[in-house]
Design a binder for this molecule. Structure first.
Ligand code: AMP
Length: 215
């Protein structure tokens, strides 16, 4: 079982690849963005705090995120392996993760960095739609649902995420460059980074990931 991190700019396809990786390797998929969105939907105090930042495209403060991830990693299904998607997003989060894992005698096996040009990413994200109920992903140009606004999988309503509007998307890129991109060097220095070309379709990208994992 692997202990993995999936890294990459917003819209690089982390969610899509995470689903494939977690199915093939039987790893719990831990998406901090999904956890926050669930908390927002349920109206929890955490969700209310996180929403303020998410709607603007800012990062949720480290102290809220780190505790949440550590609690999740304590659960039984993460004992032998996990896939972190969207965490860490700052060097401080990465250091805290390292400290947490080493306190358990563990360490990461690989950090998968999905690389995609910014122009492509903007187009992907502004056109991105998601099912409110089951989370299935769509794109208005390349992968629209069969019936507009209705999920093919579960019949739920297909919407644009509040943080996928153009203004928020541009801010998320800036935040990524400033706060998350330094992680590439951080993990490169630890010899953990696998750079994966994130264009060419989800199946091709997934093949490259599988070959980087070597099994
Ligand atoms: P995502 O679905 O991974 O794109 O995350 C959506 C939003 O959730 C981000 O733009 C942040 O506001 C927040 N978020 C998710 N993960 C983190 C994290 N590790 N640190 C801080 N904020 C996060």
């Amino acid at each position: 079982m692997f202990k993995l991190v999936l890294l990459g700019p917003p819209g690089a396809g982390k969610g899509t690849q995470a689903k494939k990786i977690s199915e093939k390797y039987n790893l719990p998929h831990i998406s901090t963005g999904d956890i926050f969105r669930r908390n927002i939907k349920e109206g929890t105090p955490l969700g209310m705090k996180a929403k303020e930042y998410m709607d603007k495209g800012e990062l949720v403060p480290d102290e809220l995120v780190i505790e949440l991830v550590e609690d999740r990693l304590e659960q039984d299904d993460c004992k032998d392996g996990f896939l972190l998607d969207g965490f860490p997003r700052t060097v401080n989060q990465a250091e805290k993760l390292d400290e947490y894992l080493s306190s358990k005698g563990n360490s990461l096996d690989l950090v998968i960095d999905l690389e995609v040009d910014e122009d492509i990413l903007l187009d992907r994200m502004i056109g991105r739609r998601v099912c409110k109920v089951c989370g299935a992903n769509y794109h208005i140009k390349t992968m629209p649902p069969k019936k507009e606004g209705v999920c093919d999988v579960c019949g739920g309503e297909v919407i644009q995420r509040a943080d996928d509007t153009e203004e928020t998307v541009r801010n998320r890129f800036e935040v990524y460059q400033r706060q998350t991109a330094p992680l590439i060097e951080y993990y490169q220095e630890k010899n953990l980074l696998a750079k994966i070309e994130g264009t060419g379709g989800p199946d091709k990208v997934f093949e490259s990931i599988v070959s980087a994992l070597g099994v």
